[in-house]
Design a protein around this ligand. Structure first.
Ligand SMILES: Nc1ncnc2c1ncn2[C@@H]1O[C@H](COP(=O)(O)OP(=O)(O)OP(=O)(O)O)[C@@H](O)[C@H]1O
Length: 616
C-alpha cells in the first residue's frame, strides 16, 4: 500500500531559508574591547581598589619631580643640610608608598583581568552549548575551542599587562602634561603642538595591527581545528598511513598563521619606532628651547629640571602607551572573535513557546507533509512531503536506502532544525511552538553513533538525569545488560572512560547508550539500530537491552535487522524523503514492491524463505 499521506507537492519557499553564516563571515564589531566594560559591573569593589592604587601610584610618581625642583632650588642652591636630609627622608617614604601602591595596582588589575576572562569564557561556552545544529554544521569544533582558549588568553594577557600599564601611563601622561603647564606654560604650548603629530600615526597604525592580528588568530584557529580533528581521528589517520600528509597540512596552516603574525609584528615594530622617534624628537626640540631660556635667565635651574622630568614622564608613558596600543589592538581582534561566539543567536528561529505538552505525555507522533533542506545545502531537498503518524505505545520501523532521509526525521523530531515546512506534533502539540527542552524531555534517543564522554561511567549514564541516584543508575545499567562489564572495570561505575569512550568496545558503548535512554524514561524512543559492528554475543546483549527499553513505549526505529522489522507493528519505507510503502513485513513482502527488493538487499532473506512463503 502506498502511504496514505504521501502527497507530491512543490516545496514551499521558506523550506530553503535559514542558511546559517559561518563564524567570521560577519563584519567585525567596532565596539572591540569596550564591550568588556559591562563585565566589570559585578566587580565594582575590586575596580574601585584598582583605581585607587593606580591613582596613588601615578600621583606619587608625579610628586617626585616637584621634590627634585625644590631640592635643587632650595637645598643645593642654598646649601641647606637639614633641608636636604628631611627631603631625602620624604623621598624614601614616597618610594615605599610607590612600591606598595604599584604592587596593589598589579594585584587588583591582574585579578580583575582573570575574573573577566573567566566570566567571558563561561558565558560564551554556555551560549555555544545552546546553539542550534545548523551552527555546528557550519563551524568547526576546533575553531570554536580555539576562540575559548587562545583568544581568551590573548584578551587576558592584554588586560593583565596592557590595561594595568595603559591606565597608569594614561594617568601619568595626563598628570605630567598638566604639571608641565604649571612649570612652564611657554614650553608646554610648544610641546602640545607636537602631540597631534605623535598621536595620529599611532591610531592609524593601531588599526592595521588589529586587522593583521585578527588574520593571525583566524589562521591559528584553522590550524587548531585541523589538529583537534586529526588527534580525535588518530587511529584512522595512522591506519591509512596519513601521518605525513596530516603533518604537512598542519605545518602549512601554522606557517600561514606564522606569516600573519610576522606581518602583525612588523607593523607593531614600525609603530613602536615611529612613536619613539616622534616623541623623543619633540622632547629634544622643546628642551633645546628650554636650555636657551635658562641661559637668558627666564627659567630657574630647578624649574627646568622639573619640566625635564615631567616631559620625560610624559614621553615615556606616551611611548609605552604606543606599545600597549598595539597589544590592545591585538586583543581587540581576539575579543571580536570571542564576541562573535557570544553573539550567535541561540534561539534562532525558535518562537516564544506558545504550546505546552500535556502531562503525563502519551507519546503520539504526527508528521504532516514535511519538506526540509539542511541550512548548509538549501537547494537539496532531503524530505519531500513526508507524512507519518505513530500511536502511543506503537513500534514503527523505518527502512530505506542510505541517504533516504531517515535520520533527518529524528533530527527534526528533536527540534534540531526549525526551517522546515509542514507540521510535526507530539501528543497534538506543535513541536516548533513548544520549548525545545520540553520536546526533548519527552524523547530518548539511542543513536547509531554513540557519544561517550571522557568522564565516569555513572556520569555517562545519567546524562539525561544528572540527579539520578546510584541505585537508579545501576538498575538502568542492569536492564541494558551493561552492569556485568561495568562491575568488572577497575573502579566500577566510577571508572573514567577514555575520550569518546575509546577504552570501551562498540557493544559496551551501545549498552551504555541504552542504559542512558532507560534512565531517562521518556515516553518516546528514537532508535537508530547499529548492529554491523557487533559480534554475535554483543548483538544478543544489545538486543536484550533494546527489547527492555522498547517495552510500553512509542518507538520509532531505523531498522537495520530483520528481527526488528518482524517485531514492528508497522514498517514505513522511506525513499527520496517521503514514505512510499507502509504495512507489516508479511504484507509488504506479499506486495512484492519496493520493500521486497530493499529487504532482499538489506536483510538476508534467504533464511526467511518460509516467512515469504507464509506471506504469499
Ligand atoms: N547536517 C547535514 N547537512 C547537510 N546535509 C546533510 C546533513 N545530514 C545529512 N545530510 C544529507 O541529507 C540526506 C539524508 O541523510 P540522512 O542521514 O537523513 O539519511 P539516512 O536515511 O538516515 O541514511 P543512513 O541510513 O545512511 O544513515 C543525505 O543525502 C545527507 O547527505
Amino acid at each position: 500500500m502506498i502511504a496514505a499521506h504521501d502527497r507530491s507537492a512543490t516545496p514551499p519557499a521558506d523550506v530553503t531559508a535559514g542558511s546559517r553564516p559561518q563564524l567570521g563571515e560577519k563584519k567585525p564589531a567596532v565596539s572591540g574591547l569596550v564591550r568588556l566594560l559591562p563585565l566589570l559591573r559585578p566587580h565594582r569593589g575590586m575596580v574601585l581598589l584598582a583605581v585607587i592604587s593606580l591613582s596613588a601610584a601615578a600621583l606619587i610618581s608625579l610628586a617626585l619631580p616637584m621634590a627634585v625642583r625644590r631640592m635643587i632650588d632650595n637645598g643645593f642652591g642654598q646649601s641647606d643640610d637639614g633641608f636636604i636630609n628631611s627631603y631625602f627622608l620624604m623621598l624614601l617614604v614616597l618610594a615605599i608608598a610607590l612600591a606598595i601602591a604599584s604592587a596593589c595596582r598589579y594585584y587588583f588589575v591582574t585579578t580583575l583581568g582573570e575574573r573577566i576572562v573567566s566570566d567571558l569564557r563561561v558565558k560564551t561556552f554556555r551560549n555555544v552549548t545552546r546553539l542550534p545544529a545548523s551552527f555546528f554544521d557550519a563551524n568547526k569544533s576546533g575553531d570554536i575551542a580555539s576562540r575559548l582558549t587562545a583568544d581568551a588568553a590573548q584578551i587576558k594577557s592584554a588586560l593583565n599587562l596592557a590595561a594595568s600599564v595603559a591606565l597608569r601611563n594614561s594617568l601619568l601622561c595626563l598628570g605630567a602634561l598638566v604639571m608641565m603647564f604649571v612649570t612652564s606654560p611657554g614650553l608646554s604650548a610648544i610641546t602640545l603642538g607636537a602631540i597631534p603629530l605623535v598621536v595620529a600615526p599611532l591610531v592609524l597604525f593601531g588599526r592595521s595591527v588589529r586587522r593583521k592580528s585578527r588574520a593571525a588568530q583566524d589562521a591559528l584557529a584553522t590550524a587548531s581545528a585541523f589538529a583537534s580533528e586529526m588527534i580525535a581521528g588518530s587511529r584512522t589517520v595512522q591506519a591509512f598511513n596519513g601521518e605525513a600528509a596530516a603533518a604537512k597540512r598542519y605545518a602549512d596552516d601554522v606557517e600561514m598563521s606564522y606569516r600573519s603574525a610576522v606581518f602583525a609584528a612588523r607593523s607593531r615594530a614600525l609603530l613602536t619606532a615611529v612613536a619613539i622617534a616622534l616623541i623623543f624628537g619633540s622632547v629634544v626640540g622643546v628642551l633645546w628651547i628650554g636650555a636657551h631660556n635658562l641661559l637668558s635667565g627666564t627659567l630657574s635651574a630647578g624649574s627646568l629640571s622639573q619640566f625635564l622630568l615631567y616631559s620625560v614622564i610624559a614621553a615615556g608613558s606616551l611611548g609605552s602607551l604606543s606599545e600597549i596600543w598595539g597589544e590592545l589592538a591585538q586583543a581587540a581582534g581576539s575579543a571580536e572573535r570571542l564576541f562573535e561566539l557570544l553573539d550567535e543567536d541561540a534561539g534562532e528561529g525558535e518562537q516564544v513557546p506558545r504550546a505546552a505538552l500535556s502531562q503525563p505525555a502519551k507519546g503520539a507522533v504526527e508528521i504532516r507533509d514535511l519538506h526540509f533542506a539542511y541550512p548548509g545545502a538549501p537547494d537539496r531537498q532531503v524530505l519531500t512531503g513526508l507524512s507519518m503518524s505513530v500511536r502511543p505505545g506503537e513500534t514503527v520501523a523505518l527502512v530505506g536506502a542510505s541517504g533516504s532521509g531517515k535520520s533527518s526525521i529524528f533530527s527534526l523530531l528533536l527540534g534540531f532544525y526549525n526551517n522546515y515546512a509542514g507540521d510535526i506534533s507530539l501528543d497534538g502539540c506543535d513541536v516548533r511552538s513548544t520549548a525545545s527542552a520540553a520536546v526533548r524531555g519527552e524523547i530518548a534517543i539511542v543513536p547509531q553513533d554513540v557519544t561517550i564522554f571522557a568522564t565516569t561511567i555513572a556520569d555517562n549514564i545519567s546524562l539525561g538525569r544528572p540527579d539520578a541516584s546510584q541505585d537508579e543508575i545501576v538498575a538502568a545499567a542492569t536492564t541494558a545488560r551493561a552492569h556485568g562489564f561495568i562491575s568488572e572495570l577497575p573502579d566500577g561505575y566510577r571508572t573514567v572512560v577514555g575520550e569518546r569512550g575509546l577504552t570501551l568496545s562498540g557493544g559496551q558503548r551501545q549498552r551504555l547508550a541504552i542504559a542512558r535512554a532507560i534512565l531517562k524514561n521518556a515516553p518516546i524512543l528514537l532508535l537508530d539500530e547499529a548492529t554491523a559492528s557487533l559480534d554475535a554475543e554483543n548483538e544478543m546483549l544489545v538486543q536484550k537491552g533494546l527489547d527492555e527499553l522498547m517495552r510500553n513505549r512509542t518507538t520509532i526505529v531505523i531498522a537495520h535487522r530483520l528481527a526488528t522489522v518482524l517485531k514492528a507493528d508497522r514498517i514505513l519505507v522511506i525513499d527520496g524523503g517521503r514514505v512510499i510503502e507502509e504495512g507489516t513485513h508479511a504484507a509488504l513482502i506479499r506486495k512484492g514492491g519496493a520493500y521486497c527488493k530493499l529487504a532482499e538487499l538489506q536483510f538476508d532473506l534467504s533464511g526467511s524463505a518460509a516467512l515469504q512463503h507464509d506471506a504469499a
